[in-house]
Design a protein around this ligand. Structure first.
Ligand code: HEM
Length: 144
């Protein structure tokens, strides 16, 4: 694992302009100066949290997995007091979305939808069989 430079929050706070814009997300110190113009959410939001810990703001937006992976690209170090493991970002940031994926899967696979599928298939089949059965029996004269 690569060694990370350690910064204090006051060191990060010195980079809060368009010329040098740093922020902290999940203990990672990010230099987003070159990303300001590219950020799909605009540079203003990044400059608002420049020099600060923007973990909450970043998570509140519900950034995509692609956006979360981009964090690695801009990392220049870690915040003092944090020990970053490379799996941290998956553990912390993706936990919520994984939970959502799982519950969506469970809903899809629960008993209600199975019995609904059963009814959707067998009820029309039963009606069709009864109809043809009736026609067959009435033609062969067994039913008046
Ligand atoms: C290095 C840090 C950041 C990266 C790499 C990043 C990346 C992105 C990307 C790729 C998107 C497009 C949508 C998506 O894929 O989720 C996006 C949208 C956005 N981001 Fe960020 N972002 C960062 C930090 C922040 C921060 C700190 C804030 C808030 C203070 C923020 C606010 C927004 C907003 C408001 C949008 C637009 C959402 C929308 O239109 O639905 N971003 N960001």
């Amino acid at each position: 694992m690569a060694e990370h430079r350690v910064f204090t929050l006051s060191q990060v706070a010195q980079h809060k302009s368009q010329k040098s814009c740093w922020l902290v997300i999940n203990g990672r110190v990010l230099d987003v100066t070159k990303f300001l113009e590219e950020h799909p959410g605009g540079e203003e939001v990044l400059l608002e949290v420049a020099g600060k810990d923007a973990t909450k703001e970043f998570q509140d937006i519900g950034h995509s997995k692609a956006a979360q992976n981009l964090l690695f690209k801009y990392q220049v170090g870690v915040l003092q007091g944090y020990t970053i493991q490379e799996t941290d970002i998956n553990d912390v940031l993706f936990k919520e979305s994984k939970k959502k994926e799982m519950s969506a899967f469970v809903i899809k696979d629960d008993g209600v939808s199975k019995s609904a599928a059963f009814l959707e298939f067998f009820v029309p089949l039963l009606v069709a069989c009864s109809y043809f059965g009736y026609r067959f029996l009435s033609r062969s004269g067994q039913i008046a």
